[in-house]
Design a binder for this molecule. Structure first.
Ligand code: UT7
Length: 345
C-alpha cells in the first residue's frame, strides 16, 4: 500500500477589508509608488480594522477550510497555528483559536516567522503519517501591522495582515506531503528581529522611546539569504521527492518581494509563469503568505487534482522551510459547503 500522507482537503482565507496603497504610504513616510513597485512588486496590502484580531482572522479562514473539507470543529484532532503576532503574549494563539471555533482538540503554536506555515504543515504531516491524528487544521495568520514602525520606510512598506488555513487528512493514494526541508541559521537572527519587549530587554519607557518594540530588518542581508534559500531549497525538496524543479506544476514561493522570486526563477532557469504570485495585492503577510498563495492558487484553478507543487518560505530566524505536495481529488471535488455556512462555531 502507498505510504500514508497528509492531503490537503480543505482551504480558506481571510484578508481584512482595509487596503493600504503605495500612495497612502507616500503620505506617511518619504517613499513613492514607483520606488515600492520597482523594488518589491508590491502595490497594496491589507491592514486590520479594529475588529480584526489574530484570533478572529484565523477563525474566519479556518471556518472556510473546515467547510470545504466538510468537517465540524468538533471533528478536529489537532490545531497548529503558525504565528509571530499573537493577540496576547500568553497563552498562544492556538488556544484562543481552539476556543473560538468550539473545538476540543489539542492546539499549539509554531513561531518560525515567515517559515511558520511550512514548519506547521510538515509537523502536521508527521502526526498524520504515524496515524496519531486524522483531521488536522493548520493555520497561518499574522497581524504584522502591529509590529511595524510607520516612520521606518524600509520595513513598513513591505508587510500586510492576513490569515489562511488548510485541513489535512490521511491519504494512501499518493496525494499529500511528499518531501520537505526545514532549516534555521540563528547566527543571522539579528538581521530580522524585534529588539525590545522580550525578557532580555523587557517593555519599558526606554524601549518604547527607542521604538525597539518594532520590527528591524537588514533588507540587503535578508534579500541575499532569501534568493539563496529559495533556489537551494527548491532543488533539495524536489531531489528528495525524486524529481527536478522543472517537474513541479506550480511553485509557491514566500511572497516577500517580486524581485526575490524573479532572481530565483533566473537562477533556476524556470519561466516566471511557473511561480504563483500575489505579492502585489497583499505584500508580505509572513506566516500567512504561503497558505494565502496556496489557497488562491487552488481557488483560481492554477492547482488541479494530480498537480505537484513546491512551496518554499524564508524569514526571521533566519529560517527556511520547503515542501513538495501532491494535490488530491479534494481539489476537484471539495465537499463544498459554502464559506463556513454549515459550521456552528
Ligand atoms: O520574509 C522575509 C522578509 N524580508 C524580506 O524578504 C526583505 C528582503 N529585502 C528586500 O526586499 C529589499 O532589501 C528591500 C525592499 C527591503 C530594500 O530594497 P533594496 O533594493 O535592497 O534597497 P536598499 O536597502 O539598498 O536601499 C536603497 C535606497 C536607500 O537610499 P540611499 O542610501 O541609497 O540613499 C534607502 O534609504 O533606497 C532607500 N529606501 C527607500 N526609498 C524610498 C529604502 N526604503 C525606501 C522606500 N522608499 N520605502
Amino acid at each position: 500500500m502507498t505510504k500514508r500522507r497528509a492531503e490537503i482537503t480543505g482551504w480558506g482565507k481571510y484578508v481584512p477589508e482595509k487596503i493600504l496603497t503605495n500612495d497612502d504610504l507616500a503620505k506617511m513616510v518619504d517613499t513613492n509608488d514607483e520606488w515600492i513597485t520597482s523594488r518589491t512588486g508590491i502595490k497594496e496590502r491589507r491592514i486590520r480594522s479594529e475588529s480584526d484580531t489574530t484570533t478572529s482572522m484565523a477563525a474566519a479562514a479556518s471556518l472556510d477550510a473546515l467547510g470545504v473539507a466538510g468537517l465540524q470543529p468538533s471533528d478536529l484532532d489537532l490545531i497548529i497555528v503558525a504565528n509571530s503576532s499573537p493577540d496576547y503574549l500568553l497563552p498562544s494563539p492556538a488556544n484562543y483559536l481552539q476556543h473560538s471555533l468550539g473545538a476540543t482538540c489539542p492546539a499549539f503554536t509554531i513561531a518560525a516567522g515567515c517559515s511558520g506555515f511550512v514548519y506547521s504543515l510538515v509537523t502536521a504531516h508527521q502526526f498524520i503519517e504515524t496515524g496519531a491524528y486524522k483531521n488536522v487544521l493548520v493555520v497561518g495568520v499574522e497581524l504584522v501591522s502591529y509590529a511595524l514602525d510607520y516612520t521606518d520606510r524600509s520595513t513598513c512598506i513591505l508587510f500586510g495582515d492576513a490569515a489562511a488555513a488548510v485541513v489535512l487528512q490521511p491519504s494512501t493514494n499518493g496525494a499529500g506531503v511528499i518531501s520537505f526541508e526545514l532549516g534555521s541559521d540563528g547566527s543571522q537572527a539579528h538581521h530580522l528581529w524585534v529588539p525590545g519587549g522580550g525578557t532580555v530587554n523587557p517593555v519599558s519607557q526606554k524601549v518604547v522611546d527607542n521604538r525597539e518594540h518594532y520590527i528591524r530588518m537588514n533588507g540587503q542581508e535578508v534579500f541575499k539569504f532569501a534568493v539563496r534559500k529559495l533556489t537551494t531549497s527548491l532543488n533539495n525538496i524536489t531531489a528528495a521527492a525524486g524529481m527536478t524543479v522543472g517537474d513541479l506544476d506550480v511553485i509557491i514561493p514566500h511572497q516577500a518581494n517580486l524581485r526575490i522570486i524573479e532572481f530565483a526563477a533566473r537562477t533556476l532557469d524556470m519561466p516566471m509563469d511557473k511561480f504563483f504570485v500575489n505579492v502585489h495585492k497583499y505584500g508580505n503577510t509572513s506566516a500567512a503568505s504561503i497558505p494565502l498563495a496556496l489557497v488562491e492558487a487552488i481557488q483560481e484553478g492554477r492547482l488541479k487534482s494530480g498537480d505537484v507543487t513546491g512551496m518554499v518560505a524564508f524569514g526571521s530566524g533566519l529560517s527556511w522551510a520547503g515542501a513538495v505536495v501532491k494535490m488530491g481529488e479534494a481539489i476537484s471535488n471539495p465537499v463544498g459547503i459554502p464559506a463556513g455556512a454549515a459550521i456552528t462555531a
